[in-house]
Design a protein around this ligand. Structure first.
Ligand SMILES: *[C@@H]1O[C@H](CO)[C@@H](O)[C@H](O)[C@H]1NC(C)=O
Length: 543
């Protein structure tokens, strides 16, 4: 059977406010972007690529020729900053021409230099090994005056960075908390500064570094750490070297600030089957490292709830840390491996928690199917043939327009318990023609599937072309590991020449069936899995 239908797994991870982070920054991917970027001839791209690679302690290639041949504008202090700092990061200071020194000197002599200008000028001098020509007291006074004119988060970030170099870290320590309060909140779950990733990265990295240098506890509250972490994750799909360097800077700052925000993600699969009864989670900081001081028994499945009926199936079950893999924690779900369905698991690490949707996939089997051919009016008892899985009917069944075809079967799980599946179809199709008729099968109260097909009504669904047709049963469910597609054998249909609808006993049987004629099962499956088709007594057409 080539047209196979697959169970659709709709497993989403729910976002909960101020909760465990459900993602990490992919450091390998970012490193790849930076390694490409470092080949660039654009000095700004080269600077950010080098900065990011330095952050990762990765190998820095020889870029001295590029630096030597870069054209620059001495009036553009940001460009001179990129050039000189790229030279410093790559050990290519000797490739710089002496005139680059005039750019920062001119900025510092200007009366109307802005805070960003001063930052770029001072850090240009630092990259040139010139130290600060600033008097600490005077320069801080000047910066405070400038901040009064424009107290944007970006300016605070630059002043914090300048203070690291000119020796006013104590001022940063007294102003960091109020600067952090200027962050904007999104949806009650993420924090960032006006100016986006560049400013958020600058403020977080300078504040966290300064407090570490001073030996002071970080000024970030637990809530702020998680909310800035959520913002960093929301920007993790950056593609430029600049974006990668800024993202790494912010993520590394947050990840290095203890207690660090905790991330939990599925390690690979989000389901169990009867063969594999556990799900593995990675419990890490923002950049994928183990959480310091997290005791293994602090990672707990607080609850497990079946989505279909809210029944609680587990509570307060600790995960086990995998030996030799400190970031891998295993949730053993063998207790519910026979109860297929979708579940919500609430995991906690320390005082934070998050919900994860998982599936317990069952196996389905049908041991035999009874196929009957009888009169539509029920005057004679039908002829019943039983076929056992996975065999085919030994002979071709014949049915004409005054007869009906019946099928009767029970779907069972691995433990032989009758189950109801989301998708149960009977397919009738000619061997070598593209059209087909697909009928929905529905179970009775006891879980037995009984199907009655009026051959006369079938005629319209099969373009009135009689002859040999293949009869199959198709079963699937989003909580079932493998769908079942069983071709029962051949059915030779004999439609009357007169196709007038009124000629057949339609009122008696047609309400039970809906043709999905001409539709590929591959399309029908997902539609059903999304719950769009009523599974009640009255079948509805999908279209
Ligand atoms: C899960 O628990 C069951 C029952 O305690 C045990 O038999 C099984 O080996 C465990 N699975 C794993 C992967 O540790």
């Amino acid at each position: 059977m080539s047209r196979c239908f697959l169970p659709l797994l709709l497993l989403s991870v729910l976002a909960v406010s101020n909760a465990i982070l459900q993602g990490t920054v992919d450091v390998k991917r970012l490193q790849g972007i930076l390694e490409e970027g470092v080949k660039s001839k654009d000095i700004s791209t080269l600077y950010y690529s080098l900065k990011g690679l330095k952050q990762l302690n990765a190998k820095i290639p020889d870029v001295c020729d590029v630096i030597k041949n870069t054209k620059y504008d001495l009036k553009n202090i940001e460009q001179i900053f990129h050039l000189t700092n790229a030279a410093d990061l790559s050990g290519c200071q000797n490739s710089l021409k002496p005139d680059v020194l005039s750019a920062p000197t001119q900025v510092l002599d200007k009366k109307d230099a802005t805070i960003p200008d001063l930052y770029h000028a001072v850090y240009t001098l630092k990259a040139l090994g010139k130290g600060s020509v600033y008097d600490k007291e005077d320069s801080l006074k000047n910066l405070i005056q400038l901040l009064k004119k424009d107290d944007s988060p970006a300016n605070y970030g630059y002043v914090f960075a300048l203070c690291e170099h000119i020796g006013c870290a104590a001022w940063t320590a007294t102003h960091a908390e109020s600067a952090l309060l200027a962050a904007d909140e999104t949806d009650g779950r993420s924090l960032h500064f006006d100016g986006g990733l560049p400013v958020t990265s600058l403020v977080l990295s300078t504040v966290i570094r300064t407090f570490k240098t001073l030996g002071k506890p970080s000024p970030l509250s637990m809530e702020q750490r998680y909310k800035f972490g959520a913002y960093v994750l929301s920007r993790r799909s950056v593609t430029s070297p600049r974006g990668a360097a800024l993202l790494l800077d912010a993520a590394a700052a947050l990840a290095g600030d203890q207690p660090t925000p905790i991330s939990i993600v599925f390690k690979d699969k989000k389901f169990i089957t009867s063969d594999s009864d556990s799900i593995e989670f990675s419990v890490t900081d923002l950049i994928g490292r183990p959480i310091p001081n997290l005791k293994p028994d602090e990672v707990i499945a607080q609850s497990g709830t079946r989505l279909a009926d809210d029944v609680v199936v587990l509570s307060k079950q600790p995960l086990t840390q995998k030996s030799n893999e400190p970031t891998t924690f295993i949730l053993n779900l063998s207790k519910i491996k026979s109860q297929h369905g979708l579940y919500k698991i609430s995991l906690s690490a320390g005082t934070k928690s998050a919900n994860f949707n998982i599936a317990v996939l069952g196996e389905i089997q049908v041991s035999s199917i009874e196929v009957g051919i009888g009169d539509v009016d029920g005057t004679t008892s039908p002829k019943i043939t039983t076929v056992t899985y996975p065999n085919r009917l030994t002979e071709k069944l014949q049915a004409d327009h005054l007869q009906k075809v019946t099928l009767k079967f029970t779907v069972r799980d691995k433990w032989n318990k009758p189950v109801v599946v989301q998708q149960a179809f009977v397919r009738i199709a000619p061997a070598n023609a593209p059209h087909e008729a697909i009928y929905v099968a529905e179970p009775d109260a006891a879980g037995t599937y009984k199907v009655e097909l009026n051959v006369g009504a079938m005629s319209a669904h099969l373009r009135h072309s009689g002859g040999a047709h293949e009869l199959s049963v198709l079963l699937g469910d989003s909580a079932v590991a493998a769908p079942l597609a069983w071709t029962l054998g051949d059915l030779v249909l004999n439609f009357a020449r007169n196709h007038a609808v009124g000629a057949f006993a339609l009122p008696l049987l047609s309400p039970r069936w809906t043709s999905l004629e001409g539709q590929r099962l591959g399309r029908v499956g997902p539609v059903l899995a999304r719950g769009r088709l009523s599974m009640g007594r009255q079948h509805r057409l999908v279209y």
